[in-house]
Design a protein around this ligand. Sequence first.
Ligand code: NDP
Length: 323
Amino acid sequence: MTKPQILMTAPMNPAVIDALDKAFALHRLWEQDDKPAFLAAVGPEIRGVATSTLFGRVDDTLFAQLPALEIVASFGVGYDNVDAAAAAARGVVVTNTPGVLDEEVADLTLGLLLATLRRIPQADRFVRDGRWAKGSFPLSPTLRGRRVGIVGLGNIGKAVARRLEGFGVAIAYHGRSRQADIGYDFHATPVALAEACDVLIVIVPGGAGTSHLIDADVLAALGPQGVLINVARGSVVDEAALVQALQAGTILAAGLDVFAHEPQVPDALIAMPNVVLLPHIGSASEHTRAAMGQLLVDNLAAWFADRRPLTAVPETRHLIGPA
Ligand code: NDP
């Protein structure tokens, strides 16, 4: 039997490439000098796409060139780079890699929160620069006594909350609706949550529904002792409003793993001493990236075995038949 043809849009870890190479006829789009000519030649035979946020948008422009496409397997839980509605309209299933990264991203979130409050990167630079011999490092803000608001109490948000319970701080949340069986205070808007808290941790999906959910009003409500931690997507925070709020002292500090135009980071943020900046590494450990890669491979294998991928995104679940 001929192997299904798969288009990989951007490089992934070698174990994923090896596994897909064995099971499928794998085409590496990023290695092609003339991508339009390559797509015109192989596009009609492609039945699956393996993609990641590194590639940029996977939408109707690409789908139109792949008339035999059945499945898009995306690396990562966030799939705002894939137009899942357009895929659904063409009968194409989209999968992501939820669950296997929750604990890793939550660990990183707590690390970023503590680094931002206790100024850990700044203290490291203080030692390396030889400044310790000339005087003590300035006293930092604290997590003690803070009220932490989680914007997006989903799989990762709950893993963050579990950790925060161990830190003995008050926890509240915002989502589009109140969740049954959750004891934390619910706030119907991000502004109301920010008013009730002095730390906001943002961990919602990206895309049109959450664009600039955290705007100047939310930052003003967070207040002058407020700390913003964004591990969601750069699009969720109005970056210009954030820069202004940090410069004006509207909020105290920010810890950011994601940015509006990655890998570009505004010079204004780089210049600020009260901001901790990370290069989008929420899930980026060897262990967890391997688990995400395996789930992507398993989704493609399951689709071509019995059309029942493990983790189809909600927009395309109706395309999967009953068990
Ligand atoms: P889930 O789908 O489990 O949770 C998402 C949560 O966001 C839900 O609680 C949902 O609640 C809430 N939500 C969705 N839309 C809105 C909205 N418009 N307004 C308010 N709340 C909303 O996702 P995960 O926890 O698995 O992942 C969340 C996101 O984290 C990913 O989509 C990705 O963008 C980001 N991420 C970032 C990483 C990094 O490296 N920094 C790594 C992994 C993920 P409700 O439905 O009640 O509104």
